[in-house]
Design a protein. Structure first.
Lengths: 333, 306
C-alpha cells in the first residue's frame, strides 16, 4: 500500500514540473513579453528595457526558469497589478469563499446525483429513468453563467433568497476563519451562519448542475453494470434479502467509479466557479480570475493558473490513492 | 430486452458479416434518440447554410437605433417588421439569431476540427510509433489534461493582444486536443496488437501503409463520437469566454455565444429575451449534438453487439 502511495506521489512530480515550464513560457509568450505585460499601457521601450534588467529577463532563459521555480516553491508569486498586494495573500483571502461554494455545489451534486442515478438504474426505462436522462442531457447543455443569471433573475425574489455576495451588508458577523458558514457556527451566531447559507444556495445550484448531471449518469451506468454481474445473481440465488443485496453488493461496487468521477469534477467546479462567482458577485478565486482577465493582471493570472492546475493534480492523486485503498486491484497496475 | 425480430436481425447481420460501422448505423436509424439528435443537428446545419437568405432583415443594420435608449433602460420589444424586437444596437433580433446559427456553427466546427487535427497528429504518432515518443507526447498531453478546461482556454485566450473570433476558436480547440490525443492513442494501441495488423505485418505490408490504412481508420470510431460531443461543449465554452470578456470585441458579429455573453451580463433587467433566445438556441443545438454523439457511442459499443 505504502509503495502504491509513494509511486503515485512521485508520478505527480514530472507533471507539475512540466506544468511550471509551461506557465513560465506562458508569461514569455505574452504580447510585449512579461515586462510589456507588467507595464501595460505605460510601456515604452526604455521602461521595458529597465524592467527587463530589474526582473532579470536579460539573463539566460534557463537561469530565469530556475529562479522562477525557486520563487514559486517558496510561495512568492509576485504582486498583483490590480491591487498591489502579494498574489498569494490575495488568493489566501479569496480561497474560503470558493471552497465554501464548491463544497455547497458538491453536496448538492453528490446528494442528489447518487440517489437519482441509483433509482434511475433500478427502475430502468421507467418514467423516472427517462426523466433523469432528459434532465441530465439538458443540464449539460446549459451554459453555467446563463443559468446563474436565470436563477438570480427569476428565483431570488420568488424564494426570498439573496442574489449576490456572501453575507448581508447589515449583518455584524464575527470573522474567524474566513469561511462564512463555519464562522457563524463556531461563534454560535446562528443568524450569520444561516445568512451565509442562504447566500450560497442559488450560486451552488448553478455551479452544481453539470457535476450533478455527470454524477447521475455515471452512477446510473455503474449500477446497471453491477446489476448484470454474476455475484449479484449468486447473492439472489442464495436467498439474500433484496435490501441487503442492494446495499452490500450493488451500491458498494457501483460507487467506485462514482468516487473517481467526483474527483474529476474539481476541475469543472474550478472552471464553473469563475463564471458563477462573477455572476453572483462572490469574491472568491473565480472572481479574482475574472477581474484579473479584465485588467490583464498577468502575475495574478499566472499564479491562479498554476495553483488551479496544482489543486486539480493533487485532488486527482488523492482520489487515485483512496481508490487504491478501497479496491486492492488498482494497486497492482 | 431485445425483441425476437431484433435478435433475428442481429443473427442475420452476424452471418452476413456486416461491418461494425454498418451495423451501428442501422441500429442508430431505429433509435429515437439518434433520430432526434440527427434532426436537430441537420436543421441547425441547414439553417446555418441558408440563414442569410432566410433572414428578413440585415442583421448588421442598426435600423432602430433611434428607439433604443440604454440610459433609460429601453430596448424595444416585438413590433411590426421586428417579430422578436431589436438588440441594444437597434438591430433585428430574429435576423441576428438566424445568421448567428452560421457563425456559431463556424466556431463549433472550426474549434473541433483544429482540436481534432492536432489530437489525431499527437495521438496517432504516439500510438503508431510507441516507445519514448509515446512517453514524451503523452506526458505533455497529461499536463494539458491536468489544467481545468476553462482555465486552459482562459490562459490561451488571454495571450492574445487583441482578442477576435480566431483567438476564441483556438483557445477552445486547445482544450480538446489532449482528449482526442488520448482517445486515439488508446485505440491505436489496441489496433497494434490486433490480428489483422499482425497479418498485414507478416505479409510484408509497409509500416506506413499499415498505420494509415489498417490502424488509423479502425481507431477513429471513438474519436468521431468525441468530436460530435466536443462540438456542443465548444459552443458553450466559446460563450463562456465571451462572457468573461475574452471573446470577439466586435459588436457587429452575430454569434449566439457572443450574444448570450453580452446580453446576460448587461441587459437581463431590461430585456431578458436578448439573453434567453440565444441561450435556448445554444441549449437546443448542444443537446442535438450530444444526443447524436451519445447514440453513436452506444451504437458503436461492441458490448451492444450480440
Amino acid at each position: 500500500m505504502l509503495r502504491f502511495i509513494v509511486r503515485r506521489l512521485l508520478q505527480a512530480i514530472p507533471t507539475l514540473l512540466i506544468l511550471s515550464i509551461l506557465v513560465f513560457a506562458w508569461l514569455r509568450l505574452l504580447p510585449g513579453g512579461p515586462a510589456g505585460a507588467l507595464l501595460g499601457d505605460k510601456a515604452t521601450p526604455e521602461k521595458i528595457a529597465d524592467l527587463n534588467r530589474v526582473l532579470g529577463l536579460d539573463q539566460p532563459i534557463f537561469v530565469q526558469y530556475f529562479k522562477f521555480l525557486g520563487r514559486i516553491l517558496t510561495g512568492d508569486f509576485g504582486s498583483s497589478l490590480a491591487s498591489g498586494q502579494p498574489v498569494l495573500s490575495e488568493i489566501g483571502f479569496a480561497l474560503p469563499a470558493t471552497i465554501e461554494l464548491s463544497v455547497g455545489a458538491l453536496i448538492i451534486a453528490v446528494g442528489l446525483g447518487i440517489p437519482f442515478g441509483y433509482l434511475a438504474a433500478r427502475f430502468r426505462a421507467g418514467i423516472l429513468d427517462n426523466a433523469v436522462i432528459i434532465v441530465t442531457l439538458v443540464g449539460v447543455a446549459v451554459p453555467v453563467f446563463f443559468l446563474g443569471y436565470f436563477l438570480q433573475d427569476n428565483f431570488a425574489e420568488l424564494l426570498g433568497l439573496p442574489s449576490s455576495g456572501r453575507q448581508s451588508s447589515g449583518l455584524d458577523a464575527t470573522h474567524v476563519t474566513g469561511f462564512a458558514v463555519l464562522d457563524g457556527v463556531l461563534t454560535q451566531e446562528w443568524d450569520a451562519a444561516w445568512d451565509a447559507i442562504e447566500h450560497l444556495i442559488l450560486p451552488a445550484i448553478a455551479l452544481a448542475t453539470i457535476p450533478l448531471a455527470v454524477i447521475v449518469r455515471i452512477t446510473r451506468a455503474s449500477v446497471l453494470d453491477v446489476l448484470n454481474e454474476d455475484f449479484i445473481r449468486t447473492a439472489q440465488s442464495k436467498g439474500l434479502r433484496q435490501p441487503t443485496i442492494r446495499r452490500r453488493h450493488v451500491l458498494r461496487n457501483a460507487l467506485l467509479p462514482v468516487a473517481t468521477t467526483i474527483g474529476l469534477q474539481t476541475g469543472l467546479l474550478l472552471g464553473g466557479a469563475v463564471l458563477t462567482e462573477k455572476v453572483f458577485n462572490i469574491r472568491g478565486i473565480g472572481y479574482l480570475l475574472a477581474e484579473g482577465i479584465e485588467r490583464r493582471d498577468y502575475p495574478r493570472l499566472q499564479a491562479l493558473i498554476l495553483l488551479g492546475a496544482v489543486v486539480y493534480v493533487v485532488v486527482n492523486m488523492l482520489v487515485d490513492i483512496s481508490y487504491g485503498i478501497i479496491d486492492p486491484r488498482v494497486r497492482v497496475r | 430486452m431485445k425483441s425476437k425480430k431484433d435478435k433475428l436481425d442481429d443473427l442475420a447481420a452476424a452471418s452476413a458479416g456486416r461491418s461494425l460501422s454498418g451495423e451501428a448505423f442501422r441500429r442508430m436509424a431505429r433509435s429515437p434518440v439518434a433520430i432526434t439528435g440527427a434532426v436537430i443537428t441537420g436543421l441547425f446545419v441547414l439553417l446555418a447554410i441558408f440563414a442569410p437568405l432566410i433572414a428578413p432583415k440585415d442583421p448588421y443594420e442598426r435600423s432602430m437605433q433611434g428607439s433604443v435608449q440604454l440610459g433609460k433602460g429601453i430596448i424595444p420589444g416585438p413590433m411590426p417588421g421586428y417579430p422578436l424586437g431589436v438588440d441594444d444596437f437597434g438591430r433585428d433580433l430574429l435576423s441576428r439569431l438566424l445568421v448567428g446559427a452560421q457563425q456559431t456553427l463556424v466556431v463549433g466546427v472550426m474549434a473541433t476540427l483544429i482540436g481534432l487535427a492536432a489530437g489525431i497528429l499527437i495521438g496517432g504518432t504516439a500510438g503508431a510509433v510507441g516507445g519514448w515518443v509515446d512517453t514524451v507526447l503523452m506526458r505533455f498531453v497529461d499536463v494539458l489534461l491536468s489544467v481545468p478546461s476553462l482555465l486552459l482556454a482562459i490562459s490561451v485566450a488571454a495571450l492574445a493582444a487583441k482578442p477576435n473570433q480566431w483567438t476564441v476558436i483556438i483557445a477552445v480547440s486547445i482544450v480538446t486536443v489532449p482528449v482526442f490525443a488520448r482517445l486515439l492513442r488508446g485505440a491505436m494501441l489496441a489496433q497494434r496488437s490486433s490480428d489483422h495488423v499482425l497479418a498485414a505485418t507478416s505479409l510484408g505490408v509497409k509500416r506506413r501503409t499499415i498505420v494509415l490504412r489498417h490502424m488509423l481508420p479502425n481507431a477513429l470510431g471513438p474519436v468521431i463520437v468525441q468530436a460530435t460531443l466536443t462540438l456542443a461543449t465548444s459552443i458553450i465554452e466559446a460563450a463562456s469566454l465571451s462572457f468573461l470578456g475574452l471573446g470577439d470585441p466586435d459588436p457587429s458579429r452575430a454569434e449566439w455565444g457572443l450574444m448570450l455573453g453580452n446580453a446576460s451580463s448587461k441587459f437581463l433587467d431590461i430585456r431578458p429575451e436578448l439573453a434567453y433566445y440565444p441561450a435556448i438556441a445554444i441549449i437546443i443545438v448542444a443537446l442535438g449534438f450530444t444526443l447524436l454523439g451519445e447514440s453513436m457511442r452506444e451504437a458503436l459499443d461492441p458490448k451492444n453487439r450480440r
